[in-house]
Every structure is written in structure tokens, then in C-alpha cells.
Ligand binder design. Sequence first.
Ligand code: UDP
Ligand code: MG
Length: 325
Amino acid sequence: MTKNSLTQFLQKLMILIPAYNEQEVLPESLPILQKIIQQLIDRRLIASDSGLMIVSDGSTDQTWSLIEQAHEADARVMGVKFSRNFGHQNALIAGLTVMSKQQLADFVISIDADLQDDPQAIFQMVEQYQAGSEVVFGVRNNRDSDSWFKRVSAEAFYSLLGRLGVHLVPEHADFRLLGPKAITAFLQYQEENMFIRGIIPLLGFNSSRVYYARHKRLAGKSKYPLFKMLSFAWDGVTSFSIAPLRLVLSLGVGFALFGFVMLIYTLVAKLRGVTAAGWSSLMISIWIVGGCQMMAIGLTGEYIGKIFSEVKHRPRYTIEKKLLK
Ligand code: UDP
Ligand code: MG
């Protein structure tokens, strides 16, 4: 086979980067990723029309104009601009959707703009893909660069999810490679409250893992402040598990049984004529049971709220502009 006919079979890789107010980081991370693409092309591992796509998730800083400049200078850099902030997960979905509709890529690697995930692991990911993995998970083997709080809260979150029956790949976030079959399968998941890292293991296919050390953010601040992180975690729980509802149900059963015991106790006490004092136990039960009822209603409401937002079938994002080839 000649070199030319070989190049025909090389597959197109796109690196997908969600970016929300990343002006401090992009000037550093883009050249690194562009270089990796070039190296892969030079080694004849991927097609020469491979490239990068950055999805600006409603950034209000210079992020979009940096993308425009990068696109001017190198047509391999493509961009999608959201009309407002729709969230990291939706930015990833939009990128995959555009790439698949416009046939921009055979396989895609997603990576955060701050390059906390080691971009050098991309080489191994491509290798694993070519060896037959349809999905390659990037897994970090340490969290030394994260703050104590982030580390502890993330660990608690993963162990809680595991106990609730949501099985994630531990220490894997959104640094992953998806092959063409996995992308097609993934895009069939149309739910609005997407927790992508929970969906990917559900797709099936041959998968493998690539390990790397997680670095500190190149620059700028985390775009996941505490509140956003908690709401992301809550989405993770309620999109995949009805265990909290079951817990409430069993709590209810427990309380009802306890109430029954109390009923007998009260009757016996009444018959024995010692019923005057009882104010404190009454007060306590009213508060505890009342609290539990409210909790149960609130929790049920959470799920109904999810159903409400799913049945509306609103679009998950709105694209304002695209810079493609
Ligand atoms: N991000 C996004 N939209 C958001 C929040 C974050 O597109 O609403 C992007 C962000 O630009 C980055 C990635 O998601 O590329 C991960 O965010 P970040 O690094 O701030 O999260 P952390 O690593 O602190 O969990
Ligand atoms: Mg980060």
C-alpha cells in the first residue's frame, strides 16, 4: 500500500473544549492542543483535516474573540458560541452534535480548557482507540492539585453515588475519547438534565482507561463554585437513581411502625392512669414527624420537577454563531 492510499484511511480527530470565561487560559492551552494535533498528523496517526472545537458557553469575557482570532490564524480551530450560559454538559453535547451533523470528526476527545487533565494522555487515548476501544476514559491517579475541600467533597460524592446504585468510572470526569459508534449512541440520549459521565458507561462498547496526573488550573479560577458543584452533584443523584425516594418511603414505614408502638404505649398508659405528663414527647414527635413529612414532599417534588422539565422538551442550548471550516 502506498503512503497516499494509507492517508485515505486515517481517521479525523476533533478535540472538544468547553469554555466559560476562559480568557486567561485559552492563550496557553490552545497552542498546546494545536501542537498535539500537529504531532499526531505528522506521525500519520490521524487525518490531516483533524482539528479542535471550542464551545464558548455564554462567556462574557474575551473568550469568543480569542476563538475568532485563533480560527483566523488556523482554520483547524473551530468555534461554537452559545447565546448564553447553558452549562458545561450542554457545551459538550452541542460540540458532539455539530461535529456529527457536519461530519467534522470520526472520533472526539473532550478536555477542559484549563488543561488540568494532562493533554499528553491524548497520545495514549488515540493508541487505545486504534487498538479497538470505542470509549477511552481519562482517569486521574491523584488529586494533589485540588483543594482539600474539593478532594473530600468529590470523594464523598462518588461514594454516595455508588451506594445509590449509580456506577461511574471513579476519578473520571469529562476527559474522554468517543469513537463514532459511541457518539451516535450517546446522541440518542435526549434527556434534558444530562450527567454525561453517568451515561457513557451505559452505552456499552469496548472501553479502556488511560491514567494521568491531574495538574493545577493553568490560570484563572474554577468555573464550578460551591453552589454550581452541589447542583451538578444533585443532578447526578436525581437523574440516575430513585434511591432517595425509596429512602423516604422506608423512613415513612419506619415512622408508621413506631407510631403504632406509641399507640399501644399510650393506650396502656391511659389505662394505667398516668397520662398527664406527655407534653415533651408530643412536641418532639410533632417536630420530627412534621420535618420528615416536609422532607418527603420536597424530595418527591424534586423528581416531579425533573419530569416537568423533561416533558417540556426544551432545547438544551441555543447556538448563536459557528466558526467551522
Ligand atoms: N465550563 C463551561 N460552562 C460552565 C462551567 C464550566 O463550559 O458553566 C467549562 C470550563 O470552561 C472548563 C470546564 O467546563 O473548561 C471545567 O470547568 P472548571 O475547570 O472550572 O471546573 P473544575 O475543574 O474546577 O471542576
Ligand atoms: Mg478545571
